[in-house]
Design a binder for this molecule. Structure first.
Ligand code: SAH
Length: 461
C-alpha cells in the first residue's frame, strides 16, 4: 500500500509554488496525496509569518498535528517555510519536539535527506530504490504537477526571484527567505515549458521584488527580457508578475507589458503608506510624490492597466494626519485594488527593535475600515465601465454552479454555462458589476478548454 502525504499551505503564492514542488517530489517517490491529515503517513505544514495572525494559524495547525502524532507515533511531520527561516537553530525543535524535519522556504532537501535516512534505518523498505528516487527527486526539476492538481491547474505560480535584500523596517521576509537571488532564465523557461505541457495556460512570475529580477546577473538581463522569452512559449496564453517595487518599475518593463500581448496589463505595486515620514520610517526608499510619478508613467504607457497596491495602517508612530495622507493618496490615484493590513510587529525587524508598536488595535481597525471603504468605493466605480462590455476571460475553476475566471486586468468574472470550459479562453458580455467581481454571460470560445490529464491513482477519503 502506498504511503500518503498531506501538505497544508498558507501565505503567499511563493508558498503555493513550493508546496506544489514538494508534492511533485513526494509523488515521484511513490507517495499519494491525501486531503485528510489524519490518514496521512507524512504531513507537511508550509507556513507564513508575515503577520502574527498567519503565525498563530500555523501554531494552531501544529497543535492539531501533535494530537495526530500522539495517536500515531509513526506519523512523520515536516515544517516548512517562513516559520522555519533559512536555518532552524533548535528553537523550534524545542518548542515543537514532535516535528521531525524543518525546511527553509523553497528548500525541500532536508525532507528528502530525512526520508533517505529513514529508509536506511528501516530494512523493510527497499532502501536502495527509494534512495535512488530521492536523489532523482532532488536533482529532478521535472516539475510534474501533483496528481490532484493535474486535473485543475490552469494558472501556476513560478518563483523567479527568491529571497529579498531590501529590509523594509516592518518586514520579516528578508530574515526568513534569505538574500535576494534570481533563478536563471533557463531554469524558469524549462519550468514553464513543463507546466504548459501539462495544461497550464497562465503563469504568474513571482518575487518579493520581482522587478529586480536579474539585478544579480553579470550579463544584463531583466524582467522585461524574461517576459519576452517566457511569451515565446506557444502553449501559454497569459503571463503576470508580482510583486513590483515602485523604484524598479522601469519604462522598459512597462513597455514590455504593453507590447507583449500575452503579458496582462496588471501591476502589483505596493505603496504601503502615503506619508513621507511614515515611508521614511518604513525605509521604503521613495516618497509619495515618487509613487505618484510611477503611477503616472504606467498610465501614460498603459492607460487601462489595473494597478493594485498594498497598504499597512497603524505603523508605529503613524498619526491620524499621516494616516489621512495615505487615504488621500489612494483617493487621488484611484488604484484598482488594495491589499490591506494592520501593522503587526514582527520579531527582529528594525521596527520591532526601534519603534514601539504604539497604535491601539481599535485605532488600527478604525483606519483599516476607512481605507477599506475608500477602496471599495473606488473599485465599484472603476468596475462600472465594464457594464455591457465584452471581456476576455481565462476560465480557471468552477465555483458551485458557475465558472470563474479573470480578465487580463485581473477582474474576477463569474458566469453560468453548461459546457465543460476549464482552461478555455472566452469572450463574455458583462451583465452586472460590483466591487469584487463581474457577472457575465454568452461565452464565445476563443481557445477551447484543455483536456485535463486524468490522475492515475489518487488517495481520497
Ligand atoms: N515584497 C512585497 C510584499 C511583501 S509581503 C513588497 O515589497 O511590498 C506582502 C504584504 O504584507 C506587504 O506588502 C505588506 O503590505 C504586508 N506586510 C508585511 N509585513 C507586515 C507587517 N509587519 N505588518 C502588517 N503587514 C505587513
Amino acid at each position: 500500500m502506498s504511503l500518503k502525504y498531506n501538505i497544508w499551505t498558507i501565505g503567499c503564492q511563493m508558498n503555493e509554488a513550493d508546496s506544489r514542488h514538494l508534492g511533485s517530489q513526494l509523488e515521484s517517490l511513490g507517495y499519494l496525496q491525501t486531503e485528510q491529515a489524519d490518514e496521512a503517513d507524512l504531513v507537511v505544514m508550509n507556513t507564513c509569518v508575515v503577520r502574527q495572525q498567519a503565525e498563530d494559524r500555523a501554531v494552531g495547525r501544529l497543535q492539531y498535528i501533535s494530537q495526530l502524532k500522539m495517536r500515531n507515533p509513526d506519523l512523520k511531520v515536516g515544517l516548512m517555510g517562513c516559520m522555519v527561516g533559512m536555518k532552524e537553530s533548535g528553537r523550534l525543535k524545542k518548542r515543537f519536539p514532535y516535528v521531525d524535519v524543518f525546511m527553509p522556504p523553497s528548500d525541500t532537501k532536508p525532507l528528502m535527506h530525512f526520508l533517505a535516512e529513514e529508509a536506511e534505518l528501516d530494512a523493510d523498505k527497499v532502501a536502495e530504490t527509494l534512495q535512488k528516487a530521492i536523489v532523482n527527486a532532488i536533482q529532478d526539476e521535472e516539475y510534474i504537477l501533483p496528481a490532484l492538481q493535474k486535473t485543475s491547474t490552469v494558472i501556476a505560480n513560478v518563483p523567479v526571484v527568491l529571497g529579498c535584500s531590501h529590509a523594509c523596517t516592518f518586514c520579516i521576509i528578508p530574515y526568513r527567505r534569505g538574500v535576494e537571488r534570481s533563478r536563471t532564465p533557463e531554469e524558469i523557461l524549462h519550468e514553464v515549458e513543463k507546466l504548459t505541457a501539462q495544461g497550464v495556460r497562465e503563469i504568474m512570475l513571482l518575487g518579493q521584488i520581482v522587478d529586480r529580477y536579474g539585478c544579480d546577473f553579470d550579463e544584463p538581463y531583466d524582467l522585461a527580457d524574461l517576459l519576452k522569452d517566457v511569451a515565446g512559449n506557444d502553449q501559454l496564453l497569459r503571463i503576470r508578475f508580482l510583486t513590483g517595487h515602485p523604484n524598479y518599475m522601469t519604462d522598459k518593463l512597462i513597455r514590455a507589458v504593453r507590447d507583449i500581448p500575452k503579458v496582462c496589463p496588471h501591476f502589483e505595486v505596493p505603496v504601503q503608506a502615503g506619508n513621507d515620514k511614515v515611508l521614511g520610517d518604513m525605509r521604503r526608499g521613495y516618497t509619495a510624490q515618487d509613487y505618484r510619478s510611477v503611477i503616472a508613467r504606467i498610465r501614460a504607457i498603459l492607460p487601462d492597466a489595473a494597478i493594485n497596491t498594498d497598504i499597512i495602517v497603524g505603523f508605529p508612530g503613524e498619526t491620524d494626519e499621516e494616516f489621512m495622507d495615505t487615504h488621500a493618496l489612494l483617493k487621488e490615484l484611484e488604484l484598482d485594488k488594495v491589499h490591506l493590513a494592520k501593522y503587526s510587529e514582527r520579531p527582529k525587524t528594525v521596527a520591532a527593535r526601534t519603534l514601539p508598536d504604539d497604535i491601539a488595535d481599535e485605532e488600527k481597525e478604525r483606519r483599516r475600515l476607512i481605507i477599506d471603504e475608500q477602496a471599495e468605493a473606488i473599485i465599484t466605480r472603476r468596475n462600472l465601465r465594464y457594464q455591457d462590455q465584452v471581456v476576455e476571460v481565462l476560465v480557471e475553476s468552477r465555483a458551485k454552479d458557475k465558472w470563474r475566471g479573470r480578465t487580463p486586468d485581473n477582474r474576477l468574472v463569474f458566469f453560468q454555462d453548461e459546457r465543460e470550459l476549464l482552461g478555455a479562453l472566452v469572450n463574455l458580455t458583462v451583465t452586472q458589476t460590483g466591487p469584487w467581481s463581474l457577472q457575465a454571460e454568452h461565452a464565445e470560445i476563443l481557445v477551447p478548454p484543455y483536456q485535463p490529464i486524468e490522475p492515475v491513482e489518487v488517495a481520497r477519503a
